[in-house]
Write a new protein. Structure first.
Length: 455
């Protein structure tokens, strides 16, 4: 991976996309490396089922619009996924060329084709279907909600999305570092879905501004496609001190305000070792922090961040300190340090990971100007209770038809993943769940109204 972090005051350059786009000649050469396998293990490894050999073949023959269509037919957020998908573990990991040399750069080729489409705003690949008179409300304009909305609109449904943030896009718009996924990419994809007649009501919180009962009365079906909430707190002394930052809020500020308007201290400590922690740490480094340390109470073997994210952070100069857990944050009117305790691994937990245990008398103090929390996100239990649907600790129960315990209320996305964390909840999985939910809603409503003689 070619890195582009620059020292000094060139903050905007630090936040340009890390991996440069392929030039036309490079894309052509790379596309011609593909063996165009008939059984296509790369396609089988893609959660959204993109026909990888087909879109690459179209690049090789100069048909970039056709290539983009193949991608977007299967994945409504194909441009974002080209940048944030863990391709090493999915399509590229399944490429047969791994046995001979290096895999085809599928993610980069997908980015090349989708970039072509973004550069030609006159091209509209998809169109709204003939109005079937049915209405669907979607709660949450993140990857799952947008994916479901796109599919439903193509089938002729009147779709309204309710989103509490000021902009649609969810994680793609707010929660991924801009040097990995610029906000403009996510918002472009939102506009493609709006062009199909999907109405997106931003700044609206379901449960406060509009009730579940209103949605159930006004719409034929409701899809709950929310992600997760704020970063969880540790419950230690000093968490309310100025200088303690929510990792997602740090990333969001760089995308909304622009990195040149975001300040960070010289010494930054990040708590957690998932992909969000990596994004927060590398964001802090690119904002100008001199020393950025990630603290994790387990070891490298138990961290939930993807290996390529881990390598990325190390190349950016982020330090990792294993088997260390925070005890309290120290400071009078501002963060000054964080007191920690060394840990050792004990018995395994339910997921097979060994539980960390404190080592008595092993306390140490780490100087810090900022402490960034990245230890997992809260679940939106209040919303699920408002709908009166069953859930286990904030994970919504759904059957194999994506239905919740309440009639005509469906669910998809992060709120349905058992782990509720980034080790399981990826953008591409949320997109596929949105597609599945749309199909389930379509089949359910079609059957219902057909039996009533309405369609």
């Amino acid at each position: 991976m070619r890195m582009h972090r620059r020292a000094g005051n060139d903050i905007l350059a630090n936040f340009a996309e890390v991996v440069p786009a392929l030039k036309s000649a490079e894309a052509l050469l790379e596309a011609n490396r593909c063996l165009f396998c008939e059984d296509a293990p790369c396609t089988a490894a893609c959660p959204t089922g993109i026909d990888v050999p087909m879109f690459i073949r179209k690049i090789a023959t100069g048909n970039l619009t056709g290539s983009a269509k193949t991608i977007f037919d299967a994945n409504p957020l194909g441009a974002s996924c080209a940048r944030v998908c863990p391709t090493e573990a999915l399509c590229e990991g399944a490429c047969v060329l791994n046995e001979l040399s290096t895999p085809v750069m599928i993610g980069q080729l997908q980015r090349h084709a989708t970039n072509h489409l973004m550069a030609h705003p006159d091209i509209q690949l998809h169109h709204r279907g003939v109005d079937n008179g049915l209405r669907v409300a979607i709660v949450g304009a993140g990857p799952a909600g947008l994916s479901a909305a796109r599919e439903l609109a193509r089938w002729g449904y009147r779709v309204t999305i309710y989103e509490q943030d000021d902009k649609a896009g969810g994680l793609n718009t707010y929660g991924v570092a801009p040097f990995r996924l610029p906000q403009a990419i996510a918002l472009w994809e939102v506009r493609q879905i709006e062009q199909l007649g999907v109405e997106i009501c931003t700044g609206v919180t379901v449960g406060q501004d509009v009730t579940a009962e209103h949605l159930l009365q006004a719409y034929d079906a409701v899809l709950i496609a929310v992600g997760l909430g704020r970063i969880q707190q540790l419950g230690i002394e000093g968490e309310s001190l100025p200088g303690v930052i929510d990792a997602l809020e740090l990333i969001r500020a760089t995308k909304d305000k622009g990195p040149e308007h975001v300040s960070i201290g010289r010494k930054v400590v990040v708590i957690g070792a998932g992909n969000t922690a990596i994004d927060a740490a590398t964001t802090a480094k690119r904002l100008g922090a001199e020393i950025v340390q990630i603290l994790y109470r387990r070891t490298e073997n138990e961290m939930t961040a993807y290996p390529f994210e881990y390598d990325f952070a190390k190349m950016d100069g982020v330090e990792f300190r294993w088997l260390i857990a925070p005890v309290r944050i120290v400071g009078s009117n501002q963060v000054e340090a964080i007191e920690c305790r060394r840990m050792r691994l004990g018995a395994e937990d339910a997921k097979g990971r060994r539980n960390p245990e404190p080592i008595p008398g092993s306390e140490l103090m780490i100087q810090a100007d900022n402490v960034v929390m990245a230890i997992g996100q809260e679940k939106l239990i209040q919303l699920f209770d408002h709908f009166g649907i069953q859930h286990h600790g904030g994970i919504v129960e759904i059957n194999d038809r994506m239905q919740t315990s309440r009639e005509n209320v469906f669910a998809a996305g992060d709120c349905t993943f058992a782990g509720g964390g980034y080790e399981e909840a990826t953008v591409v999985l949320a997109v596929e769940q949105g597609k599945r939910a749309a199909d389930a809603i379509h089949r359910t409503l079609s059957a219902t109204f057909a039996s009533e003689g309405a369609v």
